[in-house]
Design a protein around this ligand. Structure first.
Ligand code: HEC
Length: 169
């Protein structure tokens, strides 16, 4: 079980958030900041991270693209509309910003980021399957390269050994 890695990762975010407050160097700009009006964002949460955090910058260009099924992405679309949509506009996480930030990264890195920070008002609070499905949806929406042989699974080894392969436009 690799859960302690996730905790390490979450810790890295907190530490990086403090570092980011002191200095604005090495800070990746957020993907898109147009939240829906009335979004409950609560206290500011440091999502910016130190790009030296290994789990995030791992370049994974030679890995094979992750596989998910269109039906899984459809379920993820529902999760996005029902849960993420209270704060994120439709399409907010689709396009150039996403592609620049995530193409050729390990799918695990994105999954771990979303799982440990989102929904902002309940981080980690969704079912594991819902996280996987919403990740599949975001990959599909960003024109992830096939194959679609199998669903995205909560199998850390396979999430780490496959990459996000998205493009824009
Ligand atoms: C309660 C409000 C809220 C909800 C619900 C929410 N988010 Fe967010 N999310 C935010 C805020 C605020 C940010 C930071 C905006 C920014 O600076 O780009 C953010 C940023 C993100 C980012 C970008 C992080 C980065 O790399 O900079 C991703 C990806 C994301 N959210 C995914 C999701 C997904 C997927 C869901 C649904 C499971 C979700 N969010 C639900 C408020 C929310």
């Amino acid at each position: 079980m690799q859960f302690n890695r996730l905790i390490v990762l979450a810790g890295a975010f907190v530490a990086a958030g403090c570092a980011a407050a002191a200095s604005t160097t090495n800070v990746r700009p957020p993907l898109a900041a147009t939240l829906t009006t009335g979004a409950k964002t609560g206290a500011p949460v440091p999502l910016r991270f130190d790009p030296t955090a290994k789990v995030i910058i791992s370049s994974a260009a030679n890995l094979p693209p992750a596989s998910f099924l269109p039906s899984q992405a459809d379920r993820g679309h529902q999760v996005y509309e029902n849960t993420c949509g209270t704060c994120h506009q439709p399409g907010q996480l689709v396009g150039q910003g996403f592609v620049e930030a995530w193409n050729d990264r390990r799918v695990y890195d994105f999954y771990a980021l979303v799982r440990s920070t989102m929904p902002l008002d309940n981080p980690g609070g969704m079912k594991e399957q819902e996280y996987l499905d919403v990740v599949a949806y975001l990959l599909q929406a960003n024109h992830h390269t096939p194959p679609s042989r199998d669903s995205l699974k909560a199998d850390t080894a396979s999430l780490r050994s496959t990459k996000i392969s998205v493009r824009f436009p």
